[in-house]
Ligand binder design. Sequence first.
Ligand code: ADP
Ligand code: NA
Length: 340
Amino acid sequence: AFAQRVFSGMQPTGNLHLGNYLGALVNWVKMQDTHDCVYCVVDMHAITMWQDPAALKSAIREVTAAYLAAGLDPKKSIVFNQSKVAEHAELAWVFNCVARLGWLNRMTQFKEKAGKDRENASVGLYAYPCLMAADILLYRATHVPVGEDQKQHLELTRDVAQKFNNDFRPQIEAAGFADGFFPMTEPVIQGPATRVMSLRDGSKKMSKSDASDYARINLTDDADAIAQKVRKAKTDPEPLPSEPKGLEGRSEAENLVGIYAALSERSVEAVLAEFGGGQFSTFKNALADLAVAKLAPLNADMRRLLADPGFVDGVLKDGAERARVIAAETMNHVKDIVGL
Ligand code: ADP
Ligand code: NA
């Protein structure tokens, strides 16, 4: 059996938003009390698309500050950035040789991110899921808290682990690993906001890459911006229903109720029992107040942390040292198993 370990990461490509926070970060914070956790700023993933180098450097600090402000505790968890632990790239290469072209061809995120000009997408963007599998399996992580959009990548991670375990079964057994070398990692997709939608279009997920700033609430937004975005959020003309089934086919309303439930740590049923039948404007005012109350302290902590870059850099440096110990041990076994 594998010891339970959590791994997850986010890309330093601009602002983190409410989707990143509710879909992933709140679960990361909770899991620190029950699991051995490794949390990464995945800067090597960021460069699969062009990044301005100076902006990338500051985004690495900003995302780290957001992690800490949201409640990641570097005394409990390992917090670091990917590029400082070279084994991520090393294991990714081995996995490039394990994964099949057909597997990568099925990845929907590549199709979305590459767009129409696929011939001109980077090879890194295409191979991204193998690097992600390496990030997770380098720590032989059993659980990965993520948003719903990452489900397919986690399936690929399990496919890679399974093929590696099969392809090298005799060597793995000889090395003393009776249950295979890599675990079958499970995604942890939980809470009422596993897929937060755009505030301007209920059919699109909230994303860093959305051109409209009104489509998302950034973790760096101040109270006025948060309240304004909630009040301007797209809705339909009907009042709120009293039960969840009344939200079917009403993606914008469903999204806002889910956000309220997640931020207040209540069920969708409980939220509708309170606001159902009432006007949308009343609910939006309550949601704006709640979002400000929850996010403003986080925002203030982030600013305080960013005023002390030496502290943030120190957290990353210490985290990388601790990550490297686990990573080096895994890579030593992998090389021995593969015959390198
Ligand atoms: P983005 O998709 O905004 O570029 P990342 O790919 O770095 O962000 O994802 C970081 C984490 O945030 C992942 O666990 C992802 O599933 C989660 N996430 C991103 N967008 C959303 C969303 N709209 N709703 C819920 N979770 C999300
Ligand atoms: Na994503």
